[in-house]
Design a protein around this ligand. Sequence first.
Ligand SMILES: *Cc1c(COP(=O)(O)O)cnc(C)c1O
Length: 495
Amino acid sequence: MSMIYKSTRDDSVKVTASQAILKGLAPDGGLFVPESIPELDKSLEELSAMDYKGVAYEVMKLMLDDFTEEELKHCVNSAYDSKFDTDEIAPLVKADGAYYLELFHGKTIAFKDMALSILPHLLITSAKKNNVKNDIVILTATSGDTGKAALAGFADVKGTKIIVFYPKNGVSPIQEKQMITQKGDNTYVVGIHGNFDDAQTGVKNIFSDKALEKEMDAAGFQFSSANSINIGRLCPQIVYYVYAYTRLLANGEIKKGEKINVVVPTGNFGNILAAFYAKNMGLPINKLICASNENKVLFDFFKTGEYDRNREFVLTTSPSMDILVSSNLERLIYMIAGNSADKNAQLMNQLKTAGKYTITDDMREKLSDFYGNFASEEEDAATIKKLYEDTGYVIDTHTAVAAAVYDKYKSETKDDTKTVIASTASPFKFTRSVLNAIDKKYDSMGDFELVDELSRLSNVAVPAAIEEIRTAPVLHNTVCDADKMCDTVKKILGI
Ligand SMILES: *Cc1c(COP(=O)(O)O)cnc(C)c1O
């Protein structure tokens, strides 16, 4: 009997892992969650002796249990290969007493590659397993990094098309250039007049449009999502927390059973939720430290128990975290509501109608694994500068949010538990903001001049992902209003 995935909003919706991957979102708008989170069935010592692929297989087989060993190993081997610029896939770098887990060694130099390099393979395999004949249309809203990572993952994958919506003025110039130069006959990139939440809402509305679903089916298409709500994104993200722990163990940095803290720069709550799942699978994690930028909805939520999206949307130098509705939080809400779809659905309905909800005291008690805080723009920049000046190590603006929050956590709690900081993007992806943080004099330089300067200063070679776009031609120039996203999709598909 395979594991059952249920919708967070309706108990009667039950699917297998591969069906959950295919669907992305449940028909009622809920997210798929495993009926219970499985426990690791290999010891952490055994996992310490394996490479990234080995750990990936051992962790993911538990969550995606309707995949055969051969199928899952094929997916893992196709994903974590020379697309990454290091065999370690996700190396740990010690700086200033913390361990930075570098999740940016994939094709687009941001952590979304960790999941999006395997998702196309999980999806194609899931389609085969479920006798799906339609072409799969991936529809994604991006605050910058997901879009490029998804485009790179799906480009020219047979039986798929990918359409990416991004906020026209809400991503960095390098992020935009990366997306609009994407090759592949099956790739489509659309800028919208609006912010990331508008893009995400638009995509959610398209997904729940039943009439459109019928039209699509008649034309031989069906939607799936590459957004971080897909469990095919979530599961691969659990892997690197287990991997990081086992490297610390293998290198004698921690002792058997010793707990670690994990700090995650958070936007949609996907990455930190994966760490929470890892903890629930048996990984010895003490605190899950949720770091927000000035869009500090989550900080307020952890402090007060009220989630309130009614506030000004701030554009920051960590744009991939500029999010007011953290979709993956719903999976946590569901769990702390005692796996109650009814309670969760009520709260999500309040979020939809009033833009806010408040959890009960009982539910708040179950959040003791988490610590939330935020970093202002000034604190973010100061953290980059100080770490560089003290150690020579240069981190990006998102990772700096985590590092700044970790500093606050340490001075508040005096907790000296060994700590892993999720390093979610290469500084080369946000070169201008990073160098500006180090010295204002860089502001007058051009984008690619800055890239060379950063390489010199950090003693790190310019990543291939950046070299490629220096000269790449722009291949996508569609722009539309947020309320015209559905029409744009139809036009692209010719329906
Ligand atoms: C997406 C992203 C985040 C936020 O991750 P979530 O899973 O959405 O919380 C943080 N940093 C970078 C660089 C990202 O691309």
